[in-house]
Design a protein around this ligand. Structure first.
Ligand SMILES: Cc1ncc(COP(=O)(O)O)c(C=O)c1O
Length: 431
């Protein structure tokens, strides 16, 4: 088991001082767990001080309001008490599960004929990862993860479960996905079991893979499987559908991996969170790349875990999602929101890559999703973040010393130039 993080140690010290009995009751996990400083604390700071623009949160805003699908918003008053307050089945509303599966097949041509399970509803995608960690990962097991990634993976798999993370650099020197480093991690692996987590469109960079890269990822996994290793591949599709670049794969890598080798179990983790502009509804899905007829015992085990945990995702959230998906103008509303985000993505890419900023930062390739990420050539991203926030009222996220993540999903098109100019001004001061 890894060392206790200093933040957890500090919390333990406080608990031991104020309530020693409570401290002596803490479990091992209770002693290890803490809330990392990072995106959440920076977002909390921004929610107080970012009075001009708050581009920290992974949500989508328009005119300072959350973007939404009107169909689901207007639905609330029309729902039956049962569909709001009743208990849903433990694995989720059956009709919703079927429709999500149909939708996966429609949106992912590689899945049209593929053997996939009925998606299982989770309380947000986070719970999906947590369930997978509980079901498949022991303390000391290996998880292969890129160095740039959504921070919650580390809390779930390392802090909670005790997995050993074998990170690889996300980019190579050509600023493409570092497939060589990824493959190397698999080749080096000496255990007979490994978990892999892949996320495209990617948080924090917005990188999406080409079909060729997807094939290379699949080849590396199959090679490792052929050497006898059993592999769990988790495909995080939080930002599926938000592809703005015609050259990248416009569907999930999951489709490429389903059935790729008998030693590989692939799971797609996705949800309403981003795809349906429903961050707080807390509806996620786990879909296994396995035929439905083998799923019964796995579903029973997941039911046990869900029962022992949240006992299921909220009924009203599932109802709202299903109703919205069935509404007449659902597709148009989604398309409209997509076009809004795409226009921002195009604009922010064009502006951040302008020659006048080439001495200030490199822009990581961003083809999709909610974010753009700048690699600053001067100064410290945390200092830049603080100045932007406290002196200009602009919230951004500082990562890894020199990287600044900007959620353009939260910036109206007309404000993008102003935000980038302000960032440039502040970075310039660091020279
Ligand atoms: C890469 C990635 N995966 C998953 C999630 C979130 O999932 P949820 O809010 O449904 O738990 C996020 C949210 O920011 C994310 O960025």
């Amino acid at each position: 088991m890894h060392d206790i993080n200093p933040l957890a140690r500090e919390l333990n010290k406080q608990i031991r001082t104020t309530t020693p009995t409570m401290y002596s009751l803490l479990s091992d996990l209770g002693k290890r767990i803490y809330l990392p400083k990072g995106i959440l604390s920076q977002s909390a700071e921004a929610s107080v001080n970012a009075h001009i623009i708050n581009a920290t949160r992974a949500v989508a805003l328009e005119d300072s309001q959350l973007m939404s699908i009107n169909a689901s918003h207007e639905m609330m008053s029309k729902l039956s008490p049962e569909s709001i307050y009743g208990y849903p089945p433990i694995l989720g509303n059956t009709e919703l599960r079927k429709q999500w599966q149909t939708r996966l097949r429609t949106q992912n041509p590689l899945l049209t004929e593929a053997q996939i399970s009925l998606p299982i509803v989770t309380s947000g995608m986070t719970q999906g990862f947590s369930l997978l960690a509980d079901l498949f990962v022991n303390a000391g097991d290996t998880l292969i993860l890129s160095d740039k990634c959504w921070g919650n993976y580390r809390i779930i798999f390392r802090t909670k479960t005790g997995a050993v993370i074998r990170a690889y650099p996300f980019f190579n020197s050509e600023m493409c996905l570092n497939i060589k480093a990824f493959s190397q991690r698999l080749i080096e692996n000496e255990t007979d079991k490994v978990a892999i987590l892949l996320n495209f469109p990617h948080n924090p960079t917005g990188y999406a893979i080409t079909r060729h890269e997807a094939q290379q990822i699949s080849d590396a996994i199959v090679l490792c499987a052929e050497n006898g290793c059993n592999i769990l591949v988790m495909v995080d599709d939080a930002y599926a559908g938000f592809w703005y670049d015609a050259d990248v794969l416009q569907e999930s890598l999951f489709g490429m991996l389903v059935g790729c080798h008998t030693n590989v179990v692939t799971v797609k983790i996705d949800g309403a969170t981003k795809e349906e502009y429903a961050w707080g509804l807390r509806v996620g899905f786990l879909t296994f790349g396995l035929p439905e007829n083998v799923m019964h015992p796995i579903e029973e085990k997941l039911s046990g875990l869900i029962r022992a945990n949240t006992s299921g995702a909220a009924q009203v959230s599932q109802t709202l999602l299903l109703e919205a998906m069935n509404s007449a103008d659902y597709d148009q509303q989604k398309q409209r929101n997509y076009e809004t985000l795409k226009a921002r993505a195009m604009k922010i890419q064009q502006i951040t890559q302008d020659q006048r900023y080439e001495n200030l930062w490199d822009v990581y390739p961003s083809h999709a999703g909610y974010f753009i990420c700048l690699s600053l050539k001067f100064g410290n991203a945390e200092t830049v973040r603080k100045v932007l926030l406290n002196e200009h009222g602009i919230g951004t996220i500082a990562l890894n010393g020199t990287e600044l993540r900007v959620a353009y999903s939260c910036i109206d098109l007309d404000d993008i130039e102003m935000v980038i100019n302000k960032i440039a001004q502040v970075v310039q001061l660091q020279v």
